[in-house]
Design a protein around this ligand. Structure first.
Ligand code: MCA
Ligand code: AMP
Length: 498
């Protein structure tokens, strides 16, 4: 029997279906067997990977989970990387984490093999044949480091967020309890598998519970609608941009189709939104269309989920509810005092077993991000009629677009490599579909015109698609304060004026 609780629980559901695809059903036992074989391959001549970093480049599905469990069973740290990232972005994650192995599948092998060869990283296929004889697997304690997730912040390059097995278990148990997951649940999974939303909230919670996941290579409204009208799901989780896209697609559907699809949504026991602010208008539109009251929650890579509207009780549009089980939340005012009354804003600070261990190899950033044992989220909130409401972020250099957290500084650094760009400032402007649209305000080196399509083309291969500016404003000079520093509020005002 495997030691890790997540795997022990999988054993207790061994005959249930963990993944269902259009072609096949995969039981929990299939995943356990696959992961044991692969753990043996990863171990090779060693008995324990001893926290070796293993990058994971596999789409959502049974092979992803087999690989994740194999890394953990062999004693490694899983570093999931973005399937659609550019080569420089992959290289950064592999070198920063000092990954020794990349685990991937046949379709991705050709894409990453040259980089692995250049960096001297071992490339392992997730479907490698088993070693003979199978190796004994090491004992894995809860305090062992399990995962590094790269997240953008106020530094130019993303930081690695390190969580232990105990942190991950706490994050899962909190949500399974709050949202009453059971083995009877069925959920689609179309979110990327290098972020908490896909990894923990959907994948790990479902598998902890013995539930069934339907994986998709990417989000596609028409595909999802076909399954929703067939009552394929009991639970649904997505980012606000996806709800906006679903509303647009539902409104465009023929009335008879729309009625059938809406019926499928209405019959689900839970629909969740998170990763970015859900506009109250979208919340209300969704209820008007489907009768479902979305449950909005708030979380962060460093802490998992922290605040949630209740499963039973009022789900208030524009609010994120209360602290989840096992999570302590406080607001700290600008004065340094802990907020004790309603209507007074403060920074959200979080404490609990799900809070990450540290940033990978960044002791100073790790120390700075805690305030007397509480994690400083950098998000402002206020309590109103009992519930927290998110007001925004402390840093203007962090954007959220399509549910992805982006660093303005990282995008600015990339744009400054452009031969025509002298100076630039990146901000997020409100956008009905994406939440925020990446907007670049630039000063060019000469009078040669710089157009958005050409700039976007140039960015391809350098930046992931969601980091590429959607809007461009060319100006003579960037607004600066008395100290000569570019001021982002003034940059925003400039954009709003045109
Ligand atoms: C893509 N496009 C964009 C953006 N992204 N345009 C503006 N802003 C963007 N952010 C454009 C592309 O350029 C392309 O344009 C077209 O949209 C289709 O691109 P594609 O990549 O196919 O888009 P998509 O597949 O429709 O993606 C939309 C998406 C995706 C499904 C909403 O962005 C997504 O999966 N987001 C979720 C991210 C997530 O899981 N975040 C959670 C992290 P053209 O057609 O002109 O080429 S946060 C987290 O984990 C915390 C803990 C939490 O609280 O949950
Ligand atoms: P990430 O680092 O990608 O995990 O993103 C975490 C950030 O997403 C948080 O710090 C918030 O700024 C934002 N976020 C997540 N959920 C919500 C929400 N329900 N409302 C507003 N912002 C959110």
């Amino acid at each position: 029997m495997p030691e890790l609780p997540l795997l022990a629980r999988a054993c207790s559901h061994r005959d249930r279906v963990a993944f269902r695809t259009a072609k096949q059903a995969h039981t929990y036992q299939n995943l356990l067997d696959h992961s044991a074989r692969l753990a043996s391959v990863l171990l090779g001549a060693t008995d324990d990977l001893q926290e070796t970093r293993v990058a994971l480049l596999v789409p959502a599905g049974p092979a992803y989970v087999a690989a994740q469990w194999a890394i953990w069973r062999a004693g490694g740290i899983k570093v999931p990387i973005c399937l659609s990232a550019t080569e420089p972005e992959w290289e950064y994650a592999l070198t920063d984490s000092r990954a020794a192995i990349v685990l991937t599948d046949a379709p991705m092998t050709a894409k990453i093999a040259p980089l692995c060869a250049r960096l001297g990283v071992r490339l392992v296929d997730v479907n490698s044949p088993s070693t003979n004889p199978a190796k004994a697997l090491p004992e894995i304690g809860p305090e062992r480091r399990a995962m590094i997730l790269y997240t953008s912040g106020t530094t130019s390059k993303p930081k690695g967020v390190v969580t232990t097995h105990a942190n991950i278990q706490a994050q899962i148990e909190s949500l399974v309890t709050a949202w009453e997951w059971t083995a009877a649940d069925r959920i689609p999974l179309f979110l990327p598998m290098h972020h908490i939303h896909g990894i923990i909230n959907i994948n790990c919670c479902a598998l902890w519970s013995g539930a069934t996941i339907e994986p998709f290579a990417k989000f596609d409204a028409a595909t999802i609608f076909d399954r929703v009208r067939a009552d394929a799901y009991t639970v649904f989780m997505a980012v606000p941009t996806i709800y906006v896209k679903l509303i647009q697609a539902l409104e465009a559907a023929a009335p008879a189709d729309r009625a059938a699809i809406v019926g499928g949504f209405a019959r689900m026991r839970l629909m969740v939104s998170g990763s970015a602010a859900l506009p109250a208008s979208v919340h209300e539109q969704w209820t008007a269309l489907t009768g479902q009251k979305l449950l909005e929650r708030y979380g962060m890579t460093e802490i998992g989920m922290a605040l949630s509207n209740p499963f039973h009780g009022e789900r208030r549009p524009g609010a994120v509810g209360l602290a989840l089980p096992g999570v302590e939340v406080r607001l700290k005012a600008e004065t340094g005092a802990i907020v004790t009354t309603e209507e007074e804003p403060g920074e959200i600070q979080v404490r609990g077993a799900g809070v990450f261990r540290a940033y990978w190899n960044r002791p100073e950033a790790s120390a700075e991000s805690f305030d007397d044992g509480w994690f400083r989220t950098g998000d402002m909130a206020v309590r109103e009629r009992g519930y927290y409401r998110i007001m925004g972020r402390l840093s203007v250099d962090i954007l959220k677009s399509g549910g992805y957290k982006l660093s303005a500084l990282e995008i600015e650094a990339a744009l400054l490599e452009h031969p025509q760009i002298q100076e630039c400032a990146v901000i997020g402007l409100p956008d009905d579909t994406w939440g925020e649209a990446v907007t670049a305000v630039v000063v060019t080196k000469d009078a040669t015109p710089l157009e958005l399509p050409a700039l976007r083309d140039w960015c391809k291969g350098r930046l992931s698609v969601y980091k590429i500016p959607q809007r461009l404003l060319v100006v003579k000079e960037l607004p600066r304060n008395a100290m000569g520093k570019v001021t982002k509020p003034a940059v925003r005002a400039l954009c709003e004026a045109v």
